[in-house]
Design a protein around this ligand. Structure first.
Ligand code: KG4
Ligand code: ZN
Length: 342
């Protein structure tokens, strides 16, 4: 039996979890900073890293307590060391290194985006491969081919905004609360997704890359005119619902169309999704209704494994550890992802 502690602090969630044998989640403790960033309508790096420093130890303690595991009983400590905001990453990394040193445990550095992808293998250890996987969050939107746990190749990624970022910015324009994904989803429930015409940016015929800056600008122009010559209009709840529904549909449909294009090209056997946007109900419905995608094995990880969490870090950390991977106490925090295209 392998017991791993996973620590995550790359963005605005302080998270820690204990996972057994890479799949059995004994605990998944989390402190979300949404309340701190809400009025700024986005994550403020300095506020985020300060909050991590006060929350990291209670969250690690909660993860161990909830799991009924002592630090001595751990086999390894996995921690997100890339990519993310450096000041945030350093907090989790320092905690992980300190624990590793104090209790003489191996340390394994984990790539946050790879951990989102790995959540599919935690949900379905026998995931049919090759698989297609979408990671869509506030910071990332990319399509990957999964060949085995830890073996992935990048097929396409956003050239500008991430899908979650576009939802967050669209919500700000509509006066809906942060984070935008859930608030647009809620507002859209009573709206007409065909109320306004918004673009689905597909880029050139071959491309599996995404671009969400166009839909965001189109929303702004719809409200304020092409030269932003009008002040932001006063919208009643019905108008907000219609626009939110149209905007959500445009973003989700773009994601689904790109996944279909990738599935047709890569002859994959399964489709999995990860990242905060993977919590979206319309996305899950549209995948299920798509004639190409619905023929694949669909793996939608549970909600708490989609958005940022410590369990996915412990899960991928366990796989890396079993493959012989070890890091030293000189492990660095790295801000940007080093990605490899297929
Ligand atoms: O993975 P995550 O928790 O953190 C990052 O790594 O960014 O993703 C957060 C993002 C935010 O942009 C948020 O608006 C979006 O995921 N999100 C959603 C939903 N829940 C969160 N987007 C669409 N529908 C949702 N239900
Ligand atoms: Zn994430």
């Amino acid at each position: 039996m392998i017991r791993a502690l996973g620590i995550e602090s790359s963005c605005d969630e302080t998270a820690a979890a204990v996972v057994v044998d890479g799949t059995e989640v004994l605990s998944n403790a989390l402190h979300s900073q949404i309340a701190l960033h809400e009025r700024h309508r986005g994550v403020v790096p300095e506020i985020a890293s300060r909050s991590h420093t006060t929350r990291i130890l209670p969250i690690v303690e909660a993860a161990l307590d909830d799991a009924g595991v002592t630090p001595e009983q751990l086999d390894l400590i996995a921690v997100t060391n890339r990519p993310g905001m450096v000041g945030c990453l350093l907090v989790g990394l320092s905690a992980a290194k300190t624990l590793a040193w104090m209790f003489g445990k191996p340390l394994v550095g984990v790539d946050h985006v790879q951990a989102h992808l790995h959540a599919a293998f935690m949900t379905r250890p026998d995931l049919p491969t090759p698989g297609l996987s979408l990671v869509a969050s506030g910071g990332h939107t990319a399509l990957y081919r999964l060949d085995a746990p830890g073996e992935t190749s990048l097929l396409g990624r956003t050239r500008d905004d991430a899908a979650g970022e576009a939802l967050d910015k669209g919500a700000a324009v509509l006066g809906l609360p942060y984070p935008g994904g859930p608030s647009i989803e809620a507002a859209a429930a009573n709206g007409d997704p065909k109320a306004i015409r918004l673009p689905r940016t597909m880029l050139d015929r071959e491309s599996l890359d995404f671009s969400f800056s166009g839909v965001k600008t189109a929303l702004l122009y719809h409200l304020r005119g092409p030269g932003l010559e009008r002040p932001a209009p006063e919208l009643d709840a019905a108008a907000v619902a219609d626009i939110a529904a149209s905007y959500q549909r445009a973003i989700v449909e773009t994601l689904v169309r790109k996944m279909r294009r990738a599935a047709e090209r890569e002859s994959v056997r399964s489709l999995s999704i990860g990242g905060g946007v993977a919590r979206n109900k319309l996305l899950r419905e549209m995948i299920g209704a798509d004639p190409v995608l619905s023929r694949l094995e669909l793996v939608f990880p549970p909600m708490d494994l989609c958005s940022d969490n410590g369990a996915m870090i412990a899960g991928l950390g366990t796989h890396l550890w079993q493959s012989g991977h070890r890091d030293g106490l000189d492990l660095d925090a790295i801000a940007t992802a080093r990605t490899r295209r297929a």
